[in-house]
Write a protein that binds this ligand. Structure first.
Ligand SMILES: Nc1ncnc2c1ncn2[C@@H]1O[C@H](COP(=O)(O)OP(=O)(O)OP(=O)(O)O)[C@@H](O)[C@H]1O
Length: 471
């Protein structure tokens, strides 16, 4: 069966970070920079999974059963309507990913949950299955709310939800189809207002700005909301909109009426976060942290490389990398333009790079740009072109680093080194997104010799090895 040894369910009685962990196994939660310890951790935790020694945890998760053949249908059977399960299988979701296997039974039990699992591990389907299990499509009210950081991620989640919720075939069921509204920055809020007034959708996928506008004007009501999901929760709490988020969690809806789910591949200081969730009443007291594969924060199918290049020669270095890799589909991440450079009237680095690639790289006809400064329509056009194309090269800022699911991406290039290890994890996680595939995907960093120590720091924090490549 799949190794579930690293699965760790943290119960309420967690030590807050300033305290010494109550149980020595808690040390496995931290990202240990020592690669030797990595194997020790695996062995020890194999020997004694944490949740098996924590008798205070009232939840037994089915996912740890010795059943290799467990299917998503079996896990969801008595919770999710059959037509959703059929649709799910038609879409190819048959076997559960580790996070689905581990989290769904807990979610169906009604507990608030922090879903903490690798990029591309299937967290979206996990919380959507919970939602489909809870909502009653006969009722005309917003019963589930999913909050996302960007319009791009919102469109993607909406698309998956709508695909799963596709109207049951005629005569099959008398059930009304589940309606899904995308209430996202850059959308036509007047149209949404009329829709919300006429017949509220069952599920709303929203960015916090647009949502709060609707809440302040009392156009959207959350009294009937039974599930609230905050996706990319660590990013949301570190964004400028944190006060709106707090308000949403405590004033606009109440923990007693809803089940709260937080999801991300990175939750720094997760024990403190869980503690805060309970203290601040963002979740109920028995909220649980489900951490899948904590000893390996990034998918194992990723190969990491670096190339040392002079700043002034990075365009040429990237070009020779592309020519030798000939990637089927890739994303090139470029850092944001500094304020100083903007004030000096310089062209953005993304524009300079895309112009260079269009003029000199012949390996791909679809070279596209995605960045914050583009208008929403152009951003949507870029992404939909990328989704339709069989081969693409997307030049993007970190706007594409969180949540965006382009499963065919085989290569990531960090043209500029990410600012933090967490940014590295999310950029790298735009590839290796086929849960049951063994196919290797590549992450390549173009760095200066001075930046080598920064990359080394990320390697230690995220426990991966980066091989030097000479071009
Ligand atoms: N059970 C499954 N079987 C096959 N594919 C799956 C399954 N669950 C999810 N997927 C696919 O895995 C990919 C990644 O899923 P998803 O976008 O939910 O990842 P995520 O965990 O939210 O990642 P991130 O942290 O990067 O946002 C998607 O293309 C999705 O269709």
């Amino acid at each position: 069966m799949a190794t579930l040894s690293a699965t760790q369910l943290l119960p309420l009685s967690l030590p807050i970070p300033s305290q010494k962990p109550r149980h020595p196994h808690f040390r496995f939660q931290s990202l240990n920079p020592n690669p030797r310890l990595f194997s020790v951790i695996s062995q020890v935790s194999n020997f004694r999974p944490l949740h098996s020694v924590l008798s205070s945890s009232p939840i037994t998760v089915d996912a740890d059963s010795e059943d290799d053949d467990v299917t998503l249908r079996r896990i969801c059977q008595s919770h999710v309507p059959d037509h959703i399960l059929c649709r799910m299988e038609e879409l190819g979701y048959v076997a559960p990913t580790p996070v689905q296997r581990q989290a769904l039974p807990t979610l169906f039990s009604g507990r608030d949950c922090i879903l903490h699992a690798q990029t591309g591990s299937g967290k979206t389907l996990t919380y959507l299955l919970l939602i489909f299990g809870v909502v009653d499509t006969q009722r005309s009210a917003v019963q589930a709310l999913i909050v996302v950081p960007t319009r791009e991620l919102g469109m993607q989640v909406t698309r998956v939800a709508r695909t799963l919720a596709a109207k049951p075939k005629q005569g099959e069921l008398e059930q009304k189809a589940c309606t899904v509204m995308a209430l996202l920055d850059g959308g036509m809020l007047t149209r949404h207002k009329s829709w919300l007034k006429a017949e509220p959708p069952t599920i709303v996928v929203a960015t916090i700005g647009s949502l709060c506008q609707m809440l302040e004007k009392h156009i959207i009501k959350l009294d009937s909301t039974r599930v609230l999901v905050i996706d990319e929760v660590d990013f949301m709490f570190s964004s400028k909109q944190v006060s709106s988020l707090r308000k949403l969690l405590t004033s606009y809806s109440s923990i007693n009426n809803r089940q709260t789910v937080f999801a991300s591949a990175s939750i720094p200081q997760h024990r403190r976060f869980l503690h805060d969730c309970i203290q601040q009443k963002w979740t109920k007291n028995d909220a649980i942290h489900i951490h899948v594969n904590p000893v390996q924060p990034m998918p194992s199918c990723l190969q990491h490389r670096f190339v040392i290049s002079d700043k002034s020669r990075r365009h040429e270095t990237l070009l020779s990398l592309l020519e030798s890799d000939a990637p089927q589909s890739g994303i090139v991440f470029v850092g944001e333009q500094s304020e100083k450079s903007k004030k000096a009237g310089n062209a953005p680095p993304t524009t300079l790079l895309i112009d260079f690639l269009k003029a000199s790289y012949k390996g791909c006809s679809d070279i596209l740009l995605l960045e914050e400064d583009m208008n929403f329509n152009s951003r949507a056009a870029s992404l939909s072109e990328v989704r339709q194309g069989s081969s693409y090269l997307l030049v993007s800022t970190d706007i594409a680093a969180r949540g965006v699911d382009l499963p065919d991406t085989t290569h990531i290039y960090n043209f500029d080194i990410p600012r933090t290890a967490i940014d590295y994890l999310h950029r790298a996680g735009r590839t290796g997104r086929k849960p049951f595939s063994e196919k290797k995907c590549t992450v390549t960093n173009i760095i200066t010799s001075e930046e080598r120590f920064v990359l080394q720091k990320y390697e230690n924090e995220l426990m991966f090895n980066c091989q030097e490549l000479i071009v």
